[in-house]
Design a protein. Sequence first.
Length: 429
Amino acid sequence: MRYFTSSGIVIGSRAAGVLIGFATQLLLARILPVTELGIYFTVMSLAAVLSVFCTVGYPMIMPRFVAKAAKTKDYVKFSAFLAKARTDWIGMSFILVLLGGGLAAFWPALDFNLRASLIAGILTAPFLASLRLNGSLANALRRFALGFVPDLLIRPAVFSLLIIVFWYLMSGIDVISILLIHLAVASVLAAWQYFRIRRPFGYSQDQDDYHMPGGNCPEGVRSQAAFMLIAMLFVAVIADVGILSASVMLSNKELAIFAICLKISTICGFAVYAVQQISVRDAADAILDSEAGSLKSVLLRTNLTSLFIALTAFFFIYLFGEEILTFFGPQFAVGYQCLLILMTVNIFTALAGPTMQIIGIIGEEKSSSLVFLSAMILLFLLNLLLTPEYGLIGAGLAFMLTMMVWPFMLGYIISKKTGIHPANFIAGS
């Protein structure tokens, strides 16, 4: 019952956020020229990708450390780990903002519109990273409302409302203003979420997570987290990686159409990911306690639910996808075939099971890093091969083929190392 209640909170929040975001994208497609819409998607994707690097990969190993702290009651060591994660987030954010902002500010080939847009996106990245880092902590503690709702529901709702207000008051709005609004919303929400979960286990003042002795932190956590950076790109912002990888080979108009198709596909993709993420603490507990039967039950429940969501979404898009695309404008209808190709990605993700989450639980970050690096190279190579020749269809195929490969490769690593089969559709005993 708790599983379905948690799923309801997350998927309900996501559904509401999707409806709001869908309306916002419809609005942006109507009020922005196609070239500015392309800039908007590119900059938002850049901010999302940079935010992953700002986290240094810590969200991917957070569930393991939370589960250990809850089991051993060693909150002092966990406090030091959390301090390390947040300190590294601040340091990496400073470096990326300094380098990225400097390049955007002084690169001579950029016009003012693109330069200002890029700077706004780069400044947003640390706050998105904070939402990812503290959101992963909240989810690992099963505080799903605090983990998912700020980013999935509140951020798109407030962002959309402010766009409408400013658009009405100013009789129009440009892409720079829209990106600055998003920066303001993300920064306020990140601060609010942090203060809500600053002391996750109710530490006393002398155990404040920013003042714990560094020696209490387990060795090698930064390298463990860093190995999962590329993994996070595939879990958290793969749509944005896909947009960036195709951006240099598609026109602004084609890029806007591809971005809309990919965003629609990842709506379902996030529902699959959310179901897998909700189960990660239960899976971690079963693995740590060596309860094979419980783990099989968790995986069966997770895989059946996610596969049902993926298949339902695919058939819905098959029936109504073209009509949905025309809501953005008649020029977007040509993306229907590309959208169908992208929707198959979610089916393969569901069939493979929660491979990414289990990799983080069992501590095989290093073994998986080569898989993610290979998949990233494959995505760019397939884009170079297919997109110039086949346009939208080629970009869709490049993304689909890449996403078909890596989950099953991870499943093979997990099975070989531990005997666990993430793609489990058999009840435990």
